[in-house]
Design a protein around this ligand. Sequence first.
Ligand code: ADP
Ligand code: MG
Length: 270
Amino acid sequence: MSDPTRPPPPRIISIANQKGGVGKTTTAINLAAALAEHGKRVLLVDLDPQGNASTGLGSEPESRKLSTYELLLDDAPISDVFQKTEIEGLWLCPATTDLSSADIELISNEKRSFLLHDALRQPDMDGFRFDYVLIDCPPSLSLLTVNAMAASQSILVPLQAEFFALEGLSQLMLTVREVRQSVNRDLRIEGVVLTMYDVRNNLSQQVEADARATLGEVVFRTMIPRNVRVSEAPSYAMSVLSYDAGSRGAQAYRALAREMLNRHEAAMKG
Ligand code: ADP
Ligand code: MG
């Protein structure tokens, strides 16, 4: 039950797909930046040992003294772990390669599925008054991903517009079902977003048509085009919104944020 003396909790969304290279990290960074641009206070939790979201937001590996690993396994206070980013309104919980051993260390932990859930509900969180927490998941259906799903209200699934894209989804949905039965009854699908979409490519159009026919309303109207500015931005430690504000990629991520916010606002009005 909600406690009237505490600020409303943030909406926690996992960005998940067990396939690598489908645009999870790109979506985490740029959706987070777009939500911040809309005036929301956002935390991006990097839950991938590769730490691409951390690097892409300009966090130097040396500056990551405390990371998601310590947040999960050493009860580190979140105010020591979260870093402010260059983007107003956006904070980062960085990851280091330490996290790669977490899956094995978690197995023997009694609360193994709930460590992130509990960490994100520490009273310390209140001071940040986050509106959104986005979790960038690793490319696996590991215990880390289960932690993300246990901690979240919903999962957002980037789907690369390519052959076999939909095949991978059934396995993801199976995991979602298991998570609902065991650790998070209320886990919802936030939506599926088509990434690296190429209008001139028949295959992209085919994947879109299939996705809309089989998944219906959960597929966002907004699609993220393949856009070189999107792939260049992280090497400058910037979101595409800062790197090239007028690019098609930046416009698409702004539109995705708007579409998601509209859904949430409509849901709140009932
Ligand atoms: P994941 O986190 O799912 O492994 P990434 O977000 O790291 O995937 O994306 C994989 C690769 O595709 C990266 O090199 C990234 O720069 C590139 N990429 C992602 N989205 C786009 C896009 N819309 N246009 C062009 N390149 C993209
Ligand atoms: Mg990634």
